[in-house]
Design a protein around this ligand. Sequence first.
Ligand code: SAH
Ligand code: SF4
Length: 416
Amino acid sequence: MTAVSTETNSSLSATSAHGTARADAPLEKIALETYVPPAKPSLIGLSRSEIAERLAAIGVAPAQRKMRVQQLWHWIYVRGAKNFDEMTSISKEMRAQLDAHFTAARPEVAAEQISNDGTRKWLLRLPSGDSFEKAHEVECVYIPETDRGTLCVSSQVGCTLNCSFCHTGTQRLVRNLTAGEIVGQIMVARDRLNDWADRETPSGSRLVTNVVMMGMGEPLYNFDAVRDALLIVADNEGIGISRRRITLSTSGVVPNIVRTGEEIGVMLAISLHAVRDELRNELVPLNRKYPIDELLQACRDYPGSSNARRITFEYVMLKGVNDSLDDAKLLVKMLKGIPAKINLIPFNPWPGTRYECSDWDQIEKFSEYIFNAGYSSPVRTPRGRDILAACGQLKSETEKLSARERQALRAMAMTD
Ligand code: SAH
Ligand code: SF4
């Protein structure tokens, strides 16, 4: 058991199964669904037809609704308006009526951290819906690069799955985010970066250009909200980030993979991490439900994939566990026939983990083998490690760290 997972709450199944592959170990924790929407709901996250329904409910005449929806959509998703007062093309009376019933509120920013490499991490506070319970928290990370800016978005508070190398998996509190809370993360990033369409950015172009569903949580265990949110993010009369610039990463929820292609149409990334079921069962316990063969078949069936729209296979490099050249050979062999690229992720350590990152020359050898076999094999540069913003390090502050853990984190940030 890891130092962090000892915090397990009795209302959830024990997380002691990390990687131990006990036959009776639970695959998943049970999600807490205590969310109760606030009395005055936010319009963020609703589709156009849902907004029209809400307008009907407050007495907006049928002939006006379509125009009002269009105006709201533009003010909220193009201009980033935070309240109805700013929406000057809407009559004063109408604005007051909207304000009496709705908000354009996004998640509250509880903390902002800026890494020395420019990566920014926001801790967002969300209602738990229960006054006895602490507010829920998720993290959202912005990673600027020369030619793009990628926002790493969370889909759940915590995660019900227990991948043995992932920090998020040790978090005991779990709830699905609403579509509004998912879209709200992009809104918060644009707010904080001053990145709305009518405002000047230093480069003259948008700062958030790409979205990856690679934050906390398993997006395909919150399918409907993730779908509704991403359709809003991709809408070209609003936020307008095209589907080719949105990537959804899954640990392999097979039944929802084809649905992702059909109903959302975004780019797909698969957290593969192992080439044999025995090892994958240990690293990604969901593999016991959906083994590698079924996962790869779902990838072959993924609608819209082609050599121009390849599926990314993520592979975390764990020293002495999955990083041999035999693993690389099998990886190349098993991906034959799938339009694929392979993304090698150096393991990001966290306090209490029993894994280590592969040595750099081993990562290079592995990468070279894959490259020579005809695959692009970029190694993902760890970003924002000093603020624990790198892959798999996300875990909200609701999970208080012990003094020893904090010390370990600080030590890691300095030596990485
Ligand atoms: N739940 C989804 C998406 C979030 S995790 C999934 O598992 O795909 C995003 C990526 O980070 C996944 O590929 C995940 O396996 C990887 N990851 C998790 N913990 C990590 C760690 N400690 N170091 C490096 N990558 C990690
Ligand atoms: Fe959940 Fe993904 Fe972490 Fe696995 S790797 S525990 S699916 S967030």
